[in-house]
Each structure stands twice: as C-alpha cells, then as structure tokens.
Design a protein around this ligand. Structure first.
Ligand code: F6R
Length: 622
C-alpha cells in the first residue's frame, strides 16, 4: 500500500525522504513524489511514475530540492491511474504542473487510505471555485482543508479537524501549510502513521522501518487525532482541537533487522529467521513449562466460558486460521469457524459474549481484518488479536492481544510472521485444552515440549534447501501447479500454493485432496505438477491415492512427508522429508520447503521476489 514519510529538522529533507521511501518500497507502489520547502518559500513538488529511482534521478538524488522540511509518498493507485498527475503530494492550488514544480498553494499534502465521499466533496469544492487537476480522492481532502482554513480563518489544526468530521473513509495525512514553515501537520483514521522525534528533528512515517535509522522514540498517533510536528517536538490534539497526551514509545527492533544482512532477498532472510521468530514467540508465551496468557488477559474462566471460536483473517493469516481450527477442535474440543475477514464483515453470523473472535494479522492494519474485529465487537463477541506489529490498530482495539515476536517483516510474501502466528495459535490450542480439562497434564507437557523443539527442527529443514533450489529450477516453466492434502495438510497446501503464485506468477491451486475428483482433476494433463503434503499418518494413504489418480492422468508428483515414510518414493518423482513432531504441529515444518520452493522458483524466473507485481505488504484499503 501507499507509504508516507515526513521530515523537519536541520538537514536537507529530500535525501532523508527518499531514503525513508526506499525503506517503504516493500509495501508496493506505482508512483512516488516529494514536496520540500526552504524556510518560508512555497513547497516545491516533484513526482514520478514507476520505481523510486525515477524520482531520485529527477531530483538528482534529492540534491535538487533544497529545504529542511518536507513530505514524501509512494502511491499504490486506488482512485485514478498510476500517472504523474495522480501521484502525491497534492496541492490546494488550482494548477499543478504534471511533473510537479513550485506549488503556489497554501496547503500541500500526502494521503494513505480511501476517502469514500470524495465525489460529493469534490462537487462542493467545485461549486466554491476549486479546479481539480487529478482523479484522486486525496486532492479533494487537501482542497477541503484549504477551504476550511480560509473560510473560517482558523489555524491548521482546526482546519484539519473540521475536514476529519466531514470526510468518510480511512486516512493517514501529512500536510504542510505555507504560513507555517518548518512544521508538518498529521492526522489519521484507520491507516497507520507514526511520528519519531530526535534532538533537533522529527520524522513521520506510515511504517517503522522508514525512520528506524534516525530514531527509536516514536508516538503512535491515535485514530481521529491530529499532530503538529516541529523539529524535535510533536503536540497532539483530539477532534475538538483540545491538546491530548500521547505516550512516547521506544522501538525495540534492531535497525539491522530491517536490512538484508547479506541475503539476496528479504524473503530468503526472513525464511531463515523462522527458527528465531518461532522461538521468541514461544518463549514469550510459555514460562516454566506452562503457557502464560496472563499478559493477554485470557484467564482460565474466560477459556472455560467459550462455546465457539471464529477466526477472521486475510491471505496467509487466514491460512494460519485454517490450520489452527484443526488443532483447537482436536485438542480443546471447541467448535471453530474460519472466515475470510472480507466476507465475515458482511455476514450476520450469530454470536454472543461466549464467542471468541480471533483476528490474526501480521501488520495489525489490514482494513478487512480491522473491520471484522469491529463487527465482532459490535455483535458482543469477545475479541483476541494475534498481531506482530506492536501498537497497530488491531492490537489496540481488540479486547485481548497475543503478540507474535517475528520482528519486522519486509518481504511482501509473509514467511516468518506466518510461522510465528502458527506457533502462537498452537500454544493457545494447548492451553485451551488444558484449561478445559480435555488433556492430561502429561499430554500438555508433551505438547509444550514438542513446540519448544520446533525452532531446531525448522533449522534442520532449512539445511535441505539446495535440493529445493535444484527442483525449483526444473519446474520454473510450469503453467499450473496443484497443492493437495487433507486436514492440516490441506491448510499447509493453501499456504504453499499462495507462496508459489504470488511471487512466481505461476498459476497454482490448493485443493483438499479428496475434493479434486469432483471437478478440478479435469485440469490435470501430461506433466502437470501435483504436490502432495503427507504429514498426517491417518490421512497419508488417502492422499497418496489421490496423488496416484493424478499420476494416472499424466501428472508428475512431489511429496512432502515426515522422516521414515520412505515408501512414498516408490510413487512420487521428488520427495522432501521433514523431522517428526507431534502431528498437530507438522504445518510449522512442512511449510518451510513450500516457502523455499516458491522463493527459488521466483528467483529462477528472474522476478522481483520481495516486491511482486500488484501486491502490497499491508492492505489498508477494502
Ligand atoms: C501473503 C501475505 C498476505 C497477508 C495478508 C494479511 O504472503 O503476506 O496474504 O497474509 O495480506 O496481512 P496481515 O497479516 O498484515 O493482516
């Protein structure tokens, strides 16, 4: 999604803004722009379509834009095509040269999110003599701020709060006012924005990695708040324009955690960080041989009172939910439904205070997941967020939070956050089973021991990566790949298929193995690759039979199974073994070869692994 950066201080702003934007590139974008002002001079705006280096070239790496205060933006098009004119920043004035130029405007701004009533606002502004040059919703917001600013002769904070009351939708806004040199004004609703302060400088960003190099002291500006930012200071206001306190938070992430650290891609680095991500997450949730969900406020009484669980999430986080449902139902005996957050928000599922709605999200900002959380709260359910980004909106709004400790995830395709989420959900399942008396103390201890052994087993799976690299080069011209499995193996297949298609652009589908013959098997032709996940002993023979059905129609086969199941080699062309563990936890191991397969296939095809086309890291629009 779009990225915002801002800087005000003593240094030249443009190079810092370009650096910040480069650290947000992973979020996905199709154009970028900067607005920089030198003292009281009007802001100069420069924009470019395509990769950030076009903007850097256009500004001589930022040197051509003089000034110590500025804002920058990477845009992922929603309203209006990805063109220079639609790129941000946008200005309140009536004329803006297509590629930028000096903006003789009183207000200049950048925006993340979607303004739902922008057409209506635009009409109003047109009636008041404003002329629009772009197709964006953002231009309407910047002009509306300007309109209130002039109509009522009020200060920037009041003009912004009036605008916030008038607009519908989601936004993170950073604005500069011509009459307020050296200051940036910011506001947000349902779209992330942080403000970092250092001794003589302040920074704005839509995500932590953009400013981590400069400061670790940040304010998480709250929903419906406005910030007035000057070098080294930030003052916050509520919707009434009254000053309000926002706590200063220290970011504990290591700046190096957001660097590639010698790996060719962030995705490969993050795949290798999985043992640590899983270990850290487990260590934070398990103390002295007992799950400790105290920090999340999930008491035994709450767990015992539950009569149903709904898991709502998107993409890979939804796949974690798909896996968790089998584990929770099997161990704790609580019925679980798993819903795509984008669907859940529009259905009328009956629930009450004994229903636990679990929203799983790496970013904690996914618009559909956030909406699902709010719907669940409105309907009276108890809510739990399983979130990676501390201070994110979902984490703040849920009744209870379990944090995963995966650290910053930069590659668009998730890997370590997925694994950390799986581990957190497995601890939750074991704890629910214990609290509800569904398993013996001995069984519980065994489960926790198996979980504790996972990081080392993941590391062992990673040692086998050269074989997967070799196999990926063989399949890199495939047109279709099918991933099949039953039960937990089906849940892992879903993730394997997504990893493959999203970064290699090869069409792939995940199917419950037994369902294939009800239609989809007609797609199998000579040479189609079918990958079977075979880690569940009870379902092993059945999935192998389904793979054989494909083989007899021309498919070539790959199998992922646990050490010891060597007989599988008689039937499949390529086999990958993962260490044995409790069968509830095999997804944590089986997913690793599938991630590597997607990764190496994308590399073989020469694609942009970390920033696949059309995708964004954090999907903050509906
Ligand atoms: C796929 C991927 C996405 C995310 C999804 C939810 O590799 O990363 O499918 O899982 O967009 O994002 P979060 O977890 O931030 O809510």
């Amino acid at each position: 999604m779009c990225g915002i950066v801002g800087y005000t201080g003593r240094e030249q702003a443009a190079p810092i803004l370009l650096d910040g934007l480069s650290r947000l590139e992973y979020r996905g974008y199709d154009s970028a722009g900067l607005a920089v002002r030198d003292g009281g001079a009007p802001a100069e705006v420069v924009k470019a379509v395509g990769k950030l280096h076009h903007l850097a070239d256009k500004t001589d790496q930022g040197r051509a834009l003089r000034g110590q205060c500025g804002i920058g933006h990477t845009r992922w098009a929603t309203h209006g095509d990805p063109t220079v004119i639609n790129a941000h920043p946008h200005v309140s004035g009536n004329i803006a040269a297509p590629g930028g130029g000096a903006a003789e405007s009183d207000v200049v701004g950048v925006h993340n999110g979607i303004i739902e009533n922008y057409a209506e606002l635009k009409e109003k502004l047109l009636r008041h003599g404003y002329v629009f040059y772009s197709d964006t919703d953002t231009e309407a917001v910047v002009k509306l701020v300007d309109y209130y600013y002039k109509k009522y002769g009020i200060g920037p904070v009041d003009a912004i709060t009036r605008t916030m009351v008038r607009v519908r939708g989601s936004y993170a806004l950073a604005l500069m006012f011509r009459d307020y040199p050296g200051e940036i004004f910011a506001a947000r609703k349902d779209s992330p924005l942080i403000i970092g302060t250092a001794e003589d400088a302040s920074y704005l960003a839509s995500d932590v990695p953009a400013i981590l190099k400069y400061t670790r002291s940040v304010y998480y500006i709250d929903n419906l708040q406005v910030a007035r930012v000057s070098p080294g200071h930030a003052v916050f206001y509520d919707l009434n324009g009254d000053e309000t306190a926002v706590p200063l938070t220290e970011i504990t992430w290591d700046a190096a955690a957001a660097e590639k650290d010698g790996f060719e891609h962030f995705m490969l680095k993050e795949i290798h960080e999985q043992p640590a991500a899983v270990r850290d997450t487990l260590n934070s949730l398990v103390k002295d041989g007992r799950a400790d969900l105290g920090a999340a406020g999930l008491t035994e009484d709450i767990i015992r009172s539950l009569n149903g669980i709904v898991i709502a999430a998107c993409g890979s986080a939804w796949h974690v939910g798909m896996a968790a449902q089998y584990v929770i139902e099997d161990l704790a005996g609580i019925p679980v439904r798993v819903e795509l957050a984008s669907e859940f928000r529009y259905r009328s599922m009956p629930m009450n205070e004994n229903t636990l709605v679990i929203v799983i999200s790496q970013s904690g900002e996914t618009a559909d997941s956030l909406a699902a959380l709010r719907v669940a709260k409105e309907r009276g359910a108890l809510t739990l967020a399983v979130v990676n980004v501390v201070g994110s909106t979902i984490a703040r709004e849920a009744d209870h939070v379990l944090y995963t400790l995966a650290g910053p995830e930069i590659a668009v395709a998730t890997t370590k956050a997925y694994s950390a989420q799986l581990a957190a959900m497995d601890v939750l399942a074991a704890e629910m089973a214990r609290a509800r008396g569904m398993i013996t103390g001995e069984h519980y201890a065994r489960l926790l021991e198996e979980l504790a052994a996972l990081p080392d087993k993941i590391r062992r799976v990673l040692e086998d990566k050269e074989r997967l690299q070799w196999f990926s080069s063989k399949i890199s011209n495939a047109h279709d790949i099918f991933f099949i499995g039953r039960g937990l193996d089906y849940a892992v297949s879903l993730e394997g298929s997504l990893k493959m298609k999203e970064i290699s652009y090869i069409h792939s589908e995940a199917y419950a193995a037994g369902e294939l013959k009800h239609g989809t098997i007609s797609l199998i032709e000579q040479g189609t690759l079918v990958i079977g996940v075979l880690t569940q002993s009870r379902l092993f023979e059945k999935t192998v039979s389904n793979m054989m059905e494909c083989k007899s129609r021309g498919a070539s086969l790959m199998g992922i199974t646990v050490n010891g199941n060597f007989a599988v080699e008689d039937s499949v062309n390529f086999t990958v073994y993962v260490p044995k563990t409790d069968e509830h936890f095999t997804p944590s191991l089986a997913v690793v070869p599938l991630q590597l397969l997607g990764y190496y296939t994308s590399v073989s095809r020469g694609l942009d692994v970390d920033k696949p086309r059309n995708l964004a890291k954090s999907v903050t629009v509906e």
